[in-house]
Design a protein around this ligand. Structure first.
Ligand SMILES: [Zn+2]
Length: 451
């Protein structure tokens, strides 16, 4: 049994049902669970550890609902700067064919540390290629070390370049073998308990890279195993052309026909959804992960997020892979989502407020991942939260601290806790040795040089 008391924050953003923001707020935490939230003077006076956060704002830890952590080693790669998804993929596949387990572990650790520093406490990683003996075990091992909650999407591709796809054969899998391993990974790592640090979801890559047969079977498997289901959908206009030509329907209609829908399901991107597509998602209570930076870099378009929200869809935020964002900074993504909602429309009602943007990054993400234990600071929720000093230069002069978190470009948080355990202190990721990561990157660069 251990207790933690957080007190005297300038403002505590709860994201509870009534969206309370509490001045002089604090949290009383027992064994990683929030017992009391409120004015610091009303909280128990003693705890095993007491942290005074005077002059700080605290928010629920942010939830990143779409990433490809293995791509962290492909940032700002000269060969990969084409602004179309397929050309970009074709430039990257030869690099990904060479990924070793050590590379994926290194990429995962760098990505998770960057996420932690920027206020993220839960990560859903969509990992869809497994060359050279890569295994789910490696990523869970790294995630355990960094202290973030980790949901691994056991992804796969079945359609290779010889079948009209884009991926080399070495990056596709036999569908039956992939599904067999999905089940193995779920049985081994999926923790159904509240407060779980490890979960698994099933995540075929997309309608263009997985055959209809295995899209259907993987969705069935996710339902049978009672885990989440995830894929890219509605990302580009080219994807719509593809399903129109091949299946005489739009991507969302195909997803529905194949049973790739449900309240356990969320799609990455959803840039191009029309009213009928939105009705499909609403009918099945499937949600969207908004990845604004990736959509901008790959010129995919602008997802009209506020329209989707107004239509009742659940929306979360995702940084997407670092090859199509170049950053795993969820605070920057939050700001980008806020800004982009202003570009997507001339109607004020369709522009997100700063608080709405923060809502999708916290409770929206938690809902997409099917979690009722994170995303808000309320009794009975896990103590996942981040703190930002309000006297930092980029925030000086700001009058509304909550809006300033989104509007001002602050980059990183000062402190962060996951399940009551501190993972960021004074702007440093506690469980990450940056020097060791740099040394590993140098060794890797040497290894990649031609003999
Ligand atoms: Zn993606």
């Amino acid at each position: 049994m251990s207790t933690l008391l957080i007190r005297n924050t300038a403002v505590l953003v709860t994201m509870d049902e009534d969206r309370h923001e509490i001045a002089n707020g604090g949290l009383f935490i027992r064994d990683g669970w929030i017992e009391h939230v409120g004015d610091s003077r009303a909280l128990p006076a003693h705890a095993d550890e007491v942290v005074d956060l005077s002059g700080h704002m605290i928010i629920p830890g942010m939830v990143n609902t779409h990433h490809h952590l293995f791509q962290t080693l492909d940032r700002a790669c000269p060969a990969c700067q084409s602004p179309t998804l397929v050309e970009w993929l074709k430039a990257l596949y030869p690099r990904w064919e060479k990924l070793t387990p050590a590379d994926v572990k290194l990429a995962t650790e760098i990505g998770l540390a960057e996420l932690a520093l920027s206020g993220c406490t839960t990560v859903a990683d969509h990992h869809y290629l497994w060359p050279n003996g890569n295994r789910a075990e490696d990523q869970f091992e790294v995630a355990d070390r960094t202290g973030l909650r980790f949901h691994l999407g056991r992804g796969f591709q079945t359609v290779g370049i010889d079948q009209g796809g884009f991926a080399p054969r070495s990056l596709t899998e036999d569908g039956d073998a992939a599904l067999h391993d999905c089940e193995r990974v779920v049985q081994k790592f999926h923790d159904r308990s509240r407060g779980a640090m490890r979960r698994v979801f099933i995540a075929p890559s997309s309608v263009r890279t997985v055959s209809p047969e295995y899209l259907r079977q993987s969705a069935d498997l996710a339902r049978r195993l009672e885990v989440g289901f995830h894929m890219h959908l509605g990302e580009t206009l080219a994807e719509i052309d593809f399903t129109r030509q091949k299946f005489q329907c739009r991507p969302a209609e195909l997803a529905e026909q194949l049973g790739c829908v449900g309240d356990n399901t969320w799609y990455a991107h959803g840039v191009h959804l029309d009213d009928a597509d939105m009705a499909i998602l609403r009918r099945h209570r499937s949600g969207i992960c908004h990845c604004p930076c990736s959509n901008l870099i790959l010129a995919s378009g602008i997802a009209p997020i506020q329209r989707y929200r107004n239509a009742g869809l659940t929306i979360g935020l995702g940084v997407d892979g670092a090859a199509s964002n170049d950053s795993s900074n969820i605070m920057a993504e939050l700001r980008q989502a806020f800004l982009l909602s202003r570009v997507s429309t001339t109607a004020p009602l369709l522009a997100m407020t700063a608080r709405e943007a923060l809502e999708i990054a916290t409770i929206g993400g938690a809902k997409l991942l099917g979690r009722d234990d994170i995303g808000r600071l309320a009794p009975g929720y896990a103590a996942d939260f981040a703190a930002v000093r309000l006297d930092r230069l980029p925030l000086l002069g700001a009058e509304d601290p909550v809006a300033s978190l989104v509007c001002c470009a602050i980059g990183n948080v000062d402190h962060s806790w996951v399940h009551g355990r501190r993972i960021v202190c004074d702007g440093t990721a506690l469980n990450c040795d940056t020097g060791a990561l740099v040394a590993q990157l140098k060794a890797r660069a040497g290894r990649l040089l031609p003999a």
